[in-house]
Design a binder for this molecule. Structure first.
Ligand SMILES: [Zn+2]
Length: 66
């Protein structure tokens, strides 16, 4: 059941080993970047309450359990 995540933009399921993770593709990733650029999130407390990244290693190679 840990084999996929949901694209935060369109909600489509994305394989956890997809290079575009957590986005379903380049398009949604660009859209997300656009959101950031346009809404100008205030980053006061880095990675604490803004993103609820539990324990998914986004950049550490491939941390996927069966
Ligand atoms: Zn998407």
């Amino acid at each position: 059941m840990a084999a996929s995540v949901r694209c935060p933009i369109c909600g489509k399921e994305v394989p956890i080993n997809d290079p575009n993770m957590p986005f379903c593709g380049d398009r949604c990733r660009v859209i997300d970047l656009g959101n950031w650029a346009s809404e100008k999130y205030v980053i006061s407390s880095p990675r604490q309450n803004e993103l609820e990244e539990s324990d998914e290693p986004f950049e550490s190679a491939e941390g996927r359990d069966h």
